[in-house]
Design a protein. Sequence first.
Length: 172
Amino acid sequence: MSRNVILYIATSLDGYIADQNGGVDWLHQFEGYHDFGYHEFMETIDTTLMGRRTYEHVLQLADEFPYRDKTNYVFSTTQTGSNEHVQFTKEAPEAFIESLKKQRGKDIWIVGGASLLKDFIALDLIDEFKIFTMPVLLGDGIPLFERPLEEKKLSLKEVKQYGDVIESTYIK
């Protein structure tokens, strides 16, 4: 079975993944109601991908790195090597994903950030988009997708509702 690259991400109703300062505290108001399928999703992946700024932000959000039981790659133009949690890579995304998909394993989660997502979308590397629309308007912040963005036709696979939160899953 082929490994899929999956974007699993929350966005405000007006399309922002973080506030103007890069914060995601606005998401905390939705905690406690549901885990929005997060734990189930985490069982389906064994690899995470993220940009360097997203990696640094993840480190600030938690007392300990949250994906210790996964293989984690950080795309960076400035850092190389690895540490106890991640391997840094400067490899071109297309070749990197082609290599990963040839390996045995579970699905691959692209955590973010916006610049990496833009590259992955332009190269048609994301197989599935799991977008959680939160019932809040931020007004400004970091958009889900950097502009300009190439037009891509997707197909709706599934819609789930968790209280006031909608999970829309699209496939290419």
